[in-house]
Design a protein around this ligand. Structure first.
Ligand code: SF4
Ligand code: SF4
Length: 461
């Protein structure tokens, strides 16, 4: 991937030098303008182009390779001088081979103080026992040894993780020490319903390296309480809102709104409410709508998990999808690498957040599994390898040739395994997606995200 403008023989065309239009460009005419927007899915860039620039792009291979537009196009990814598909596949393999961090999704308890419409089957609502915590720390040590990574990234999940704050506090200290010993970084996030987020708890989470939280609010007052009520049936909206207003939060909070027919009309009002809450409290609160569809149980679970999967071609769905636009990583989520595992409160290991309540698709235990010998130490190696084998190169000819591949990577591995291929819902409507991206150009987006986003330095999204 050399840059344009390097020392090269004089007189060559850009085409002779290997430049060609990217295979991952999506183009949309801008309403009321002669310009178009191009989103490059490989580079994670969206920018506006004039008719002259579009003409130059159409004849790019015939231009002199020293033409100044070549460098500009290359920086934005709309042209390339390498095989982007091969690069994506290589990045996917590299994510498994050379991680900079290990990822742990830890469930200190699978118990929950809410009576959400979903329910875990046969789950054990106890807290993670001290010996299981020891196993988790030992597992993290083995993962760091085997991978050569120095950084540790933790997501607290459940159940409701704040029902077991002592587990979070104790384990955080030990995992932070592991990263510290290696000179690495420790970072953490939490998925919580927000009901138990008192000042003491928030301070504790801050000391435990939590930098990002996700709290779900599904509407205003009674609308929220209709689905997100306490186990005893009591309401939760006022308490959550009070926590977000009165507690000084040492981390950013993404407020997830699971949008469905019953609460869609409250979107604008809820967004304004969160904006006011942020202003009044000084807390970093960031509203984002997420569409839900399909079964109620799956939707609610998806709401908790904050699924990366796309499943909705509505305006909200496309806006959500545009929100996670970034450079192609070659992998979809942690399920595609061996260095990311989920651990339930009993020490069962899973490849996917969706599976933490399903012991039958666990691949092993924190006590026994060793990534240095990942198959021999797994109880059920197939439950590990089936996820890994959905990674790049995606075992699906249609995906490998698809223009959406850098963004979609063949879709959520869990869905692929259990429901079949799940294409981006707006696969046949790329223009709407590009216009949603274009609308975000220059706008501040939510401040805490699960990973870095690579954007054009001139026109950041
Ligand atoms: S496999 Fe799908 S459901 Fe599981 S963690 Fe990845 S994106 Fe989420
Ligand atoms: S799952 Fe569908 S949209 Fe995604 S890469 Fe495969 S064919 Fe394309």
């Amino acid at each position: 991937m050399r840059g344009a403008g390097a020392d090269t023989p004089a007189g060559r065309t850009a085409g002779e030098a290997g430049w060609h239009a990217s295979r991952y460009n999506l183009v949309a005419p801008l309403p009321g303008s002669k310009n178009v927007a191009i989103a490059n899915l490989f580079k994670g860039n969206c920018a506006e182009y004039t008719p002259l620039e579009m003409y130059l792009l159409s004849v790019v291979e015939e231009l002199d390779e020293g033409h100044p537009i070549i460098e500009r196009f290359a920086r934005r990814g709309v042209i390339a001088d390498f095989d982007e598909q091969a690069a994506l596949e290589a990045m996917g393999r590299a994510a498994c081979a050379m991680p900079h961090a290990i990822g742990l999704t830890l469930c200190p308890t699978m118990g929950c103080n809410f009576d959400c419409p979903y329910g875990f089957e046969d789950h054990f609502a106890g807290k993670m026992a001290p010996e299981v915590q020891d196993d988790v720390v030992a597992l993290a040590g083995r993962m760091l040894d085997a991978s050569g990574a120095k950084d540790v990234s933790v997501t607290w999940f459940g159940g409701e993780p704040l029902l077991a704050p002592e587990v979070i506090e104790s384990l955080s200290g030990r995992l932070m020490a592991l990263a510290d010993e290696l000179g690495g970084k420790y970072s953490a996030s939490i998925i919580t319903n927000g009901y138990l987020l008192t000042q003491d708890v928030a301070d504790m989470l801050g000391r435990c390296g939590v930098r990002c939280a996700q709290v779900t609010i599904d509407g205003l007052g009674a609308t929220h309480d209709a689905t997100r009520r306490l186990a005893n049936g009591g309401p939760t909206f006022e308490r959550i809102a009070a926590n977000l207003r009165n507690v000084k939060l040492p981390f950013e909070v993404n407020i997830r709104h699971n949008v469905h027919e019953g609460n869609m009309s409250e979107m604008d009002e809820l967004e304004a409410f969160i904006g006011k809450l942020a202003e009044d409290s000084g807390n970093g609160l960031h509203y984002y709508p997420a569409p839900v569809s399909g079964s109620e149980a799956a939707d609610e679970r998806g709401g908790q998990v904050g699924l990366l999967c796309s499943g909705d071609a509505s305006e909200v769905g496309i806006r959500q999808e545009a929100g996670r636009f970034r450079a192609g990583q070659g992998h979809y989520c942690g399920a595609h690498t061996i260095w990311s595992v989920g651990v339930d409160e009993r020490g069962n290991l899973q490849k996917c957040w969706e599976a933490v309540d399903k012991p039958h698709i666990s691949f092993g235990t924190a006590h026994d599994w060793d990534p240095a010998d990942p198959l021999a130490t797994a109880d059920r190696p197939d439950n590990l390898t089936m996820y890994l084998n959905t990674a790049m190169p995606v075992p699906d000819g249609e995906c490998r040739e698809c223009v959406w591949l850098p963004h979609c990577v063949g879709g959520c591995p869990h869905r692929r395994l259990f429901d079949g291929r799940s294409c981006v819902a707006f696969k046949d409507d790329p223009e709407t997606f590009v216009l949603a991206l274009h609308a975000r150009i220059g706008r501040e987006e939510r401040a805490c995200t699960p990973g870095p986003t690579v954007h054009d330095e001139e026109q950041p999204l």
